[in-house]
Design a protein around this ligand. Structure first.
Ligand code: ZN
Length: 119
C-alpha cells in the first residue's frame, strides 16, 4: 500500500476510527470491512482477495481492529453489545464505579461511527 492510498483511507472519516469514532493516532490500522480471512492461508494469500481494495478498507484504531479481527460487521456489533454484560459479570472495579455513579449505563443499539456518517 502506498503512502497516498493510506492517506485516502485515513481521510475517509476525517481521521477518525470508522467504528468507535475516536481520533486516529500514530499506528492506526487499516481494517477490511468485509474480512478477507487471512489466517489459514500462506503469507500474502487470503480467502477473499477481491475484498483487498480501497472500497473495503476502513480506518480503525488499534483496539477496534484487534477486537474485530476477521469478524463480519454484525458479529463485531454483537461482540461490542456484549461488553457491558461481561463487565457486570466479571469486573469488580466496573461494578464499584457504577455504584458510585461514575459509570452510567445506557441501553442502546451499537451504531458504528461510519454508519452515523451515512445517515
Ligand atoms: Zn475504534
Amino acid at each position: 500500500m502506498t503512502k497516498a492510498e493510506r492517506q485516502l483511507i485515513f481521510d475517509k472519516y476525517n481521521g477518525r476510527c470508522a467504528y468507535c469514532g475516536c481520533m486516529l493516532t500514530r499506528g492506526w490500522h487499516v481494517d477490511h470491512l468485509k474480512p478477507i480471512r487471512r489466517k489459514q492461508y500462506k503469507k500474502g494469500e487470503c480467502r477473499y482477495p477481491q475484498r483487498d481494495c480501497m472500497e473495503n478498507f476502513m480506518p480503525a484504531c488499534a483496539s477496534c481492529n484487534i477486537n474485530k479481527h476477521a469478524m463480519k460487521l454484525e458479529d463485531f456489533r454483537q461482540l461490542v453489545a456484549g461488553f457491558m454484560k461481561h463487565l457486570n459479570e466479571r469486573n469488580t472495579q466496573y461494578k464499584i464505579a457504577k455504584r458510585y455513579g461514575l459509570v452510567v449505563e445506557q441501553e442502546q443499539p451499537v451504531v458504528f461511527y461510519f454508519e452515523r456518517m451515512i445517515s
